[in-house]
Design a binder for this molecule. Structure first.
Ligand code: FAD
Length: 348
């Protein structure tokens, strides 16, 4: 059986690795001149690590990344809102996105990878299975589901970077009024960070100014980073199906979500393994993946309500009180709702 994967991002490459493991012949078509990833760090959550384990590349990811536990959530003035206990926490692998992408790329033979190929229609593709892993602005999705709404602006903009350090910090998320930030330390002293604020798309804003009075070392992380990436955040309204005919939508093409749970790329890895586990049975893929990813999509949106969207003094006071009253063990169980995913038990 032959599959063509459109898009060579984390989702597309993970799909190629997974399908090959169950015996499919695969080609990956990527429109960019080279296979690569920009961006900063990514936290490979325990659910995503299980998917990478199934693909046979988890050791390589562990080698290039750093296992970390999460410290918890802080307010913008530095007070801890949720301090998580180490005991009982599964580790998150902190890794640069380019390194994760590189691990997947090296797991594939170069002769199945085609760059400079922009797919404009499914009709061009001769395969038993076509996987549309062509990102949030998926051209194939627009062709297959012309009535489904396209990406919508989620009301926030984010900056990301890797600060040279060296720093020794725990993984943390920080909630402020109208903004949030995240710190993901790599093993070598560098720190991946993001800051995000509620704002109109393309608003002219300076993150150095916006986050100058947030707790240390956030201002320094932003100031000391040479290459800062900015992304206005878009999300894809929930789709009625992830499949049509011989085509499966996967990753951001199927369920691009706001990044407040740090699960977008992790979902693409789960998708890839599930598609291979069901051996290309698209009805089962849709039945398994749509409820799961749409629950995480909704959870990410809910998380935004406590962080980036909250501005009123009363709302902030209630949130801070409620979070501080929450035992760490309960917060851990809440996180487990999203990270306890297991690879579906289906024949390899
Ligand atoms: C600010 C921000 C922070 C984030 N933080 C995290 C995080 O901490 N953890 C996490 O898990 N996720 C995070 N995400 C989400 C994550 O980046 C995405 O979910 C993930 O990269 C999606 O991967 P993908 O392979 O589906 O799509 P993409 O990475 O968009 O890849 C799509 C690929 O398809 C190619 N392509 C597009 N059209 C065509 C075509 N017509 N023909 C051929 N090729 C084509 C593109 O060039 C690209 O290479 C974050 C996102 C944002 C915006």
């Amino acid at each position: 059986m032959k599959a063509i994967v459109v898009g060579g991002g984390i989702g597309g490459l993970a799909t190629a690795v997974s399908l090959r493991r169950v015996g499919w012949e695969v080609q990956v078509l990527e429109r960019a001149a080279e296979f690569g990833e920009i961006g900063a760090g990514i936290g490979v959550m325990p659910n995503a690590l299980r998917a990478l384990e199934w693909m046979g590349v988890a050791d390589e990811v562990r080698k290039l990344g750093t296992p970390r536990v999460s410290g918890g959530v802080r307010a913008s003035d530095g007070r801890w809102l949720i301090h998580l206990p180490e005991a009982g926490q599964e580790r998150v692998i902190a890794i640069h996105r380019a390194d994760l992408h590189g691990v997947l790329l090296r797991a594939l033979p170069s002769e199945i990878l085609f760059n400079n190929v922009e797919v404009t229609s499914v009709e061009e593709l001769d395969a038993d299975l076509v996987v549309a892993a062509d990102g949030i602005n998926s051209r194939l999705r627009a062709e297959l589901l012309p009535d489904a709404p396209g990406p919508a602006y989620a009301g926030a903009t984010a900056w990301r970077g890797v600060a040279p350090g060296p720093f020794d910090l725990p993984i943390t998320q920080t909630f402020g009024p109208g903004g949030e930030a995240g710190i993901l330390p790599l093993g070598d002293g560098r720190v991946c960070w993001y800051v995000a604020t509620a704002a109109p798309a393309q608003a002219s804003l300076d993150p150095v100014e916006l986050f100058a009075d947030w707790h240390d070392p956030l201002p320094e992380l932003v100031r000391s980073t040479a290459d800062v990436l900015r992304h206005d955040i878009y999300e894809l309204p929930l789709l009625p199906t992830f499949v049509k005919g011989r085509v499966a939508l996967l990753g951001d093409a199927a369920h691009a979500m706001v990044p407040y749970l740090g699960q977008g790329a992790c979902m693409a890895l789960e998708d890839a393994v599930t598609l291979a586990s069901v051996d290309g049975d698209l009805a089962r893929y849709d039945a398994v993946r749509r409820p799961r990813t749409q629950a995480v999509w909704k959870g990410s949106k809910r998380a935004g309500k406590f962080g980036i969207e909250l501005r009123s003094p009363l709302g902030l006071a209630v949130r801070n009180f409620a979070f501080r009253a929450l035992p760490g063990s309960v917060a851990l169980r809440g996180m487990g709702r999203f990270t306890s995913w297991q690879v579906p038990a289906m024949p390899r």
